[in-house]
Design a protein around this ligand. Structure first.
Ligand code: TXA
Ligand code: MG
Length: 360
């Protein structure tokens, strides 16, 4: 199969191209499209055959449920068995935007969207391409991130094509995604509501509306999986990723020490460091993504004071280490406030929990 590429202006997408893409969705095909978080791989959520092709194309485990994307508030009631008042409050406050609400599902949601579960995750993306594509398709659109299962989520059409080119009918190229990490998944079927996956809507913002919410055990990396997807390896480049937690010692020095140790053992070491660390006197690391004579390559994660920037670049940075051929990646830790919670969740999963500290 040749994957068609529809290139559109993200702010003023061309109607004829979106209609062609919507037609593919209506006919049971797969179309990747940009959202404000990451690219999604869309299929008609009311068609079991279309939805099962998503799992095939991604190599996704069958028990990992999909998010259903809508373009209007009116599209929600038919998808759910009940719509609690607090769900509506959150919808009006945060939609369109990076918040997925887990609610009790109706029979309109085809079984394999959330196999074996009584619930469905729903969100309204904040992106003109996504909203218009869903509207033109006339159906709710099931869409996981448009990466091959286990890989970092795609934040550009080229990421999508490198994972899924030839396996899907089309990708709508609307340029890079703004937020760069996926939506926050909030379970409203439990008391208190639980964040199953931290993401583009911060915990703090949700708590301003709802009061206290809890972080599911899988977010803090322990216990049995509730969001079924969280038990699999995720967000990982080909390299083995290690988080480097400097504690009280300077981050730059510790990154250099571990990078030198791995390089001395013959590894090609990618280092993901903050702009501050890269600018430190004596670090003399060019964030050019080129190999230096020690066998290390440094990429700029973004500023420690601008975690939105770190999030926006995160998955592209992880994929760039693959392109460079790194076999070990050392990633600096970031504070777990605001967007930092989502950033650290993705990095910890990419690292499969491996953390290096001073003294280790
Ligand atoms: O920002 C996003 O959410 C992107 C864009 C494309 O919208 N989508 C995305 O989908 O990240 P995906 O499939 O890669 O991740 C969905 C996450 C998974 O961890 C899944 O287990 C969880 O949401 N999830 C979906 N439906 C659920 C449900 N009914 N109950 C519990 N967890 C659910
Ligand atoms: Mg995903």
């Amino acid at each position: 199969m040749v994957t068609r590429v529809f290139t559109v202006d993200p702010l003023v997408p061309r109607g004829d191209l979106l209609r062609a893409a919507a037609e593919i969705l209506r006919n049971g095909g797969l179309v990747a499209f940009p959202t404000e978080t990451v690219y999604g791989l869309g299929a008609d959520a009311t068609s079991a055959a279309a939805v099962s092709r998503i799992f095939e194309a991604k190599g996704r485990p069958q028990d990992n449920p999909l998010i259903v994307h809508v373009h209007s508030y009116d599209a929600v009631p038919p998808l759910v068995a009940e719509l609690p008042a607090r769900a509506e409050v959150l919808m009006y406050r945060f939609w369109p935007g990076p918040l997925t609400l887990v609610l009790k599902k109706s029979r309109l949601v085809t079984e394999n969207v959330s196999p074996g579960l009584a619930t469905v995750g729903i969100r309204m993306p904040d992106h003109a391409v996504a909203l218009n594509l869903i509207r033109l398709s006339g159906v709710p659109v099931a869409a996981p991130s448009a990466n091959a299962s286990g890989r970092p989520s795609p934040t550009s059409a080229s990421h999508v094509l490198s994972d899924l080119g030839g396996k899907i009918e089309a990708v709508v190229d609307g340029g890079p995604c703004g937020i760069g990490v996926e939506s926050t998944v909030l379970d409203l079927t439990v008391e208190p509501p639980a964040i199953l996956r931290p993401g583009g809507t911060t915990r703090e913002a949700v708590e301003e509306v709802l009061g206290d919410v809890v972080l599911d055990a899988t977010v803090v990396n322990a216990g049995g999986p509730k969001s079924p997807g969280t038990k699999y390896r995720h967000y990982a480049p080909s390299a083995r990723v290690f988080l480097v937690d400097p504690g009280r010692v300077p981050a730059g020095g510790l990154l250099r020490k571990f990078a030198a140790e791995f390089a001395a053992r013959g590894h090609r070491v990618g280092v993901l460091a903050s702009s501050e660390v890269l600018a430190e006197g004596g670090t003399s690391r060019k964030p050019t993504g080129e190999w230096d004579d020690q066998g290390t390559a440094w990429l700029d994660a973004g500023s420690e004071r601008d975690l939105d920037e770190v999030a926006a670049r995160l998955f592209d940075n992880l994929r760039r280490f693959d392109d460079l051929g790194a076999d070990v990646v050392l990633a600096q830790v970031f504070p777990e406030t605001g967007m930092g919670l989502a950033i650290m969740n993705r990095l910890l999963k990419a690292a499969e929990g491996r953390v290096l500290r001073s003294g280790s």
